[in-house]
Design a protein around this ligand. Structure first.
Ligand SMILES: O=P(O)(O)OC[C@H]1O[C@@H](O)[C@@H](O)[C@@H](O)[C@@H]1O
Length: 265
């Protein structure tokens, strides 16, 4: 088992103070904690996100689109598990109704795209799979764990007038201008398989009942979500992410809830 190194990333929409378990520098607006992918598992990246304000409205390319655009081999599908949400917090995923690409473009230019999106109320434990092409924006007052394909290609459609680069023409090539299919949503406690996609799968596993991953073999990433969890007797603290070479051969213990991610395909 290998605990992954953490990297703190400043973001305009980040928070002034991360939970103490992260030991983050003070006086810096941190929005993301990146867990450095190990040499043995480079295809997935895990992040913890902390948003005090809305992130950009954005979309990511698929593998084929990224390759056709000369941006490398990998696109970016991702998933989120909400770890904390202030009262009334929302995230935007997909459109309320189907829109034409032209209507999306002009709404991105004047900012009214924010009102075309479906803003979903969220609470701790809600999970969303976000396939490449889904137009999305994480709202303020939300913290989450993200598991994503390991690439950093984000096409911003709209950024609330913040002075950051937009990528509207690229986004137009990849954005799906439709409502978000509800079967991509799940909830910890009700569902054990949160994501089962082309590129990765994600399960929520109670440390005393690991049936959800009984058939899993091979490399995996473990992210403690709640309570106390251990692997082969070593405690996994909240705020950490660990790599194991073969999930089938490790002994999970403790009294808590773990997220377990594994590459597929
Ligand atoms: O473009 P900004 O607003 O900084 O957001 C960038 C972030 O967006 C989120 O939705 C995720 O895709 C993160 O992996 C990404 O780093």
């Amino acid at each position: 088992m290998q605990k992954l190194e953490r990297k703190f990333v400043e973001k305009v929409w980040g928070v002034d103070r991360l939970p103490p378990v992260f030991g983050a520098p003070q006086d810096v607006r941190i929005g993301e904690v990146w867990y450095d992918p190990p040499a043995e598992l480079q295809s997935l990246l895990v992040k913890a996100l902390f948003a005090s304000e809305r992130l950009s409205v954005q979309a990511h390319p698929s593998d084929d689109q990224a390759q056709a655009m000369g941006l490398g081999r990998s696109g970016k599908s991702e998933c989120w598990v909400i770890t904390a949400a202030e009262d009334g917090a929302t995230i935007a995923v997909g459109f309320r109704e189907r829109v034409s690409p032209e209507a999306m473009r002009s709404a991105a230019l004047d900012g009214s795209i924010v009102d075309l999106l479906e803003w979903h109320p969220v609470e701790r434990g809600d999970a969303f799979y976000i396939p490449a092409g889904t137009v999305h924006a994480i709202g303020g007052g939300v913290s989450l764990i993200e598991v994503q394909q390991n690439t950093d290609i984000t096409f911003r459609l709209y950024d609330y007038g913040r002075p950051r680069e937009l990528h509207l023409d690229d986004a137009m090539q990849v954005a799906i201008t439709e409502p978000y299919p509800s079967h991509y949503r799940s909830r910890l406690g009700e569902d054990t398989q949160l994501v089962d996609s082309e590129h990765f799968r994600l399960a929520s596993v109670a440390t005393n009942e690991t049936g959800a991953i009984a058939e899993w073999i091979g490399k995996a990433l473990l992210i403690p979500f709640e309570g106390r969890a251990s692997v082969d007797g070593v405690e996994l603290a909240i705020g950490e992410c660990s790599f194991v070479d073969d999930i089938a051969t490790v002994e999970i213990g403790g009294d808590g809830l773990l997220l377990v991610a594994q590459p597929q395909g």
